[in-house]
Every structure is written in C-alpha cells, then in structure tokens.
Design a binder for this molecule. Structure first.
Ligand code: MRU
Length: 351
C-alpha cells in the first residue's frame, strides 16, 4: 500500500496533520502544539474520518496535558483542566463515536496516574491507540476480502473516504478494496464524489489513483444507474457510529445506497473497527446527526452554485438501517444478522 499520503503523525511533542481540505490541489501540513488547534482541525475537516479523528483526539489530550503540566497545575485543578480539554474536543464533531471513545480512554487512563509519569504514560497510550488502529485496519481488510473468495472481476461501489486519510492505517472499507486489488480480484471501483465536501472525489480519488486501482468517479446521483448498468457486485462503506442493533451512521448518502442495494439485490457491507461501535445505544434513533454550515451546500470550492440566501438543510451523516446491511466487517470477523446477538457477542469478545 502506498503510504505517500498519511493523515497524522506525532513528532516530538507536536501533532502533525495533513490538511485534507486542501487535497488534491495542495499538500499542506498543520503542526499542532495546542489541543485547541486539533479541535479546530477536527471541526473544519482538516483531519476527518472516524478512526483518524479518534487518534487525533488521543494526541490532542497529550497536548492538553503538556500545557497543564507546563502551567504547573496540580490535584483537582489539573484534573478539571484535563476534563475540560476532553469536553471541548468531543464537541468538535458529535456523530463519530471514535472521538469520544478516544477521549474517554485517555481520561480513564489519567485517573490515579502519578503526576511525574502521567505525560509519558499518556503519550504511550496515544501511540498505542494509533498502532491499534493500523493493525485493526489490516484485520478488517483481510476479513472483508475473504468474503469474496473465489470471485474475480469484482465491481465495487464505495462512498466518502475510508482509506489511509480516514484512519492511521490502510483504511476500513478502502482497506478491503485495497486487499481485493492486491489479490487480483478487482475489476473496478466506482467512487461516489460525495457532496457536499467531495471526500469521494478529492480523497478517495487521490488514494485510488496513487495506488493504481482501476476506478471511475461518479456523482452521487448516478449510483442507482451504475448499480444496474455496471452490475455492481457489492457496496462497501465505512461508519461513524454503529448502534447495538446494527443501525450504522455514515456519510450522508449511505442511507440511499442501502436502499438502492436492496432494490438491486446487491450486498451492502459496512466496514468498521470496535471503536466505531456505540454499545450504549439501542438503535440509530439515538445517534445525533451533525448539521454543518449551509455554505457547504450553496458553494463548491468557494463558488456559489445556488442563490446566496437560499435556505439549506445540511446533515453530514445519515443512518443505514440494520435490516438493509448484509454484514458488518470488523477486525474480529464479519458480523451477520441478527445484529443484536452478533454485536453482543462481539462486545463480549473485546473484553
Ligand atoms: O465527514 P467525514 O469526512 O469525517 O466523514 C467520513 C465518513 O463518513 C467515513 O465514511 C467514516 O468516517 C468511516 S472512515 C474509515
């Protein structure tokens, strides 16, 4: 896998983020020494994709602790400042559970740590979270590709960006696609451009081309016709939060894809790591959907394509119902319906 593009790197007490808003035109890095800068980068999608947001947040908590330590805060004051940093980071984006999962993990590890060793221990934990994401991506890729054993000339459709840019590793849904390409089973990937912010065109497009994967870019409203005309074998997408019943929130447009797949009898797979599961919610009804700036819809790359004062509805995510999901590809294997049972067993296997 070409790692020419990476989402983030920890360099001597600084978090370096690739500014994904500038891709594919420019390769620009942001060096964050302050956790608030990471929060801003998460909010404006300079770093995005559920697993990458989680890893970035873990390092942001290390930056917060660096600041707290430099200020010489102790005891209650120190804990309160650390928790405040965590809450500010979580507020940056509400739907991807990986963000609050990573912050909670850092907060939990912080409790009871002696002040002298806390920074070192939390830095190691953030690095472990990053490494874990890499190995998790690899396992997802293997399990996902195994679903297609004995099949070749596969035509896969995907949505948004789920690759190296969205994770610390090779990606989730993109990892499966990459593995199928490595195994010589892939004929072509159809990538939805993914309006309004074009993560499919700008980011997945870049990753597909860099890795020499045969691909075609389509606009989101072409997906149904492409399924019919190009005989799509499977749709594989990522997720930002999966409820205990299997309902899966992902980039807006995923809900429509799940329905189109059902109509065309095409398998519809979600690929996601354990950090994307929210075992505490019983269904997708409980998932808060982030609504973003109307200008994202009125404009494309700074140019108005709609009347400047036109009202907009801009949900960043939607929820694919579990009844339309063929399988959820995880690092432990592929979960199949009934999802309430499969997800309970999966949760137990993580303990
Ligand atoms: O708004 P984004 O770009 O963060 O949305 C990303 C997605 O919806 C991805 O499909 C999801 O995070 C899975 S990433 C492996």
């Amino acid at each position: 896998m070409s790692k020419a593009l990476w989402s983030l790197a920890w360099e001597k007490g600084t978090l370096v983020l690739l500014d994904q808003t500038k891709l594919p035109d420019e390769i620009t890095y942001i060096r964050c020494k302050d956790y608030r800068e990471v929060g801003k980068a998460i909010y404006r999608l300079a770093v995005r994709g559920a697993p990458a947001i989680g890893v970035a947040a873990a390092y942001a908590m290390v930056l917060a602790l660096q600041e707290i330590t430099a200020k010489g805060l102790h005891g209650e004051e120190r804990s309160a400042a650390f928790q405040k940093a965590g809450s500010e980071l979580i507020d940056a984006r509400p739907t991807a559970v990986n963000l609050s999962w990573a912050v909670s993990r850092m907060l939990k590890a912080f409790e009871g740590l002696p002040e002298e060793t806390a920074l070192e221990k939390l830095t190691s934990l953030a690095q472990a979270i990053e490494e874990e994401d890499k190995s998790t991506c690899d396992a997802i890729a293997d399990h996902g590709a195994d679903l297609f054993k004995g099949k070749d000339h596969l035509r896969i459709l995907t949505h948004c960006n789920t690759g190296a840019l969205a994770t610390a590793g090779i990606g989730t849904a993109f990892g499966v696609i990459y593995r199928l390409h490595e195994r010589g089973q892939l004929e072509r990937v159809y990538a939805d451009e993914t309006r309004p912010l074009l993560q499919g065109a700008r980011l997945t497009g870049t990753e597909l081309m860099q890795n020499g994967i045969p691909c075609s870019l389509i606009t989101d409203n072409m997906a149904g016709w492409v399924m019919k005309e190009k005989k799509i074998d499977a749709v594989i997408v990522g997720a930002d939060r999966i409820a205990a019943n299997g309902d899966a929130a992902n980039k807006v447009g995923t809900y429509s894809l799940s329905i189109l797949c059902a109509f065309h009898h095409i398998p519809f797979y979600i690929a996601a790591p354990f950090s994307t599961f929210d075992f505490s919610i019983s269904s997708g009804e409980e998932i808060r959907i982030e609504e973003r700036n109307p200008e994202e819809v009125r404009q494309i790359k700074g140019f108005y394509t709609a009347p400047k004062d036109m009202p907009v509805f801009n949900p960043a995510f939607d929820v694919a119902p579990h009844s339309l999901i063929t399988g959820i590809i995880t690092e432990k294997g592929v979960l199949k319906p009934p999802y309430d049972v499969a997800i309970k067993n999966y949760e137990r296997s993580l303990q």
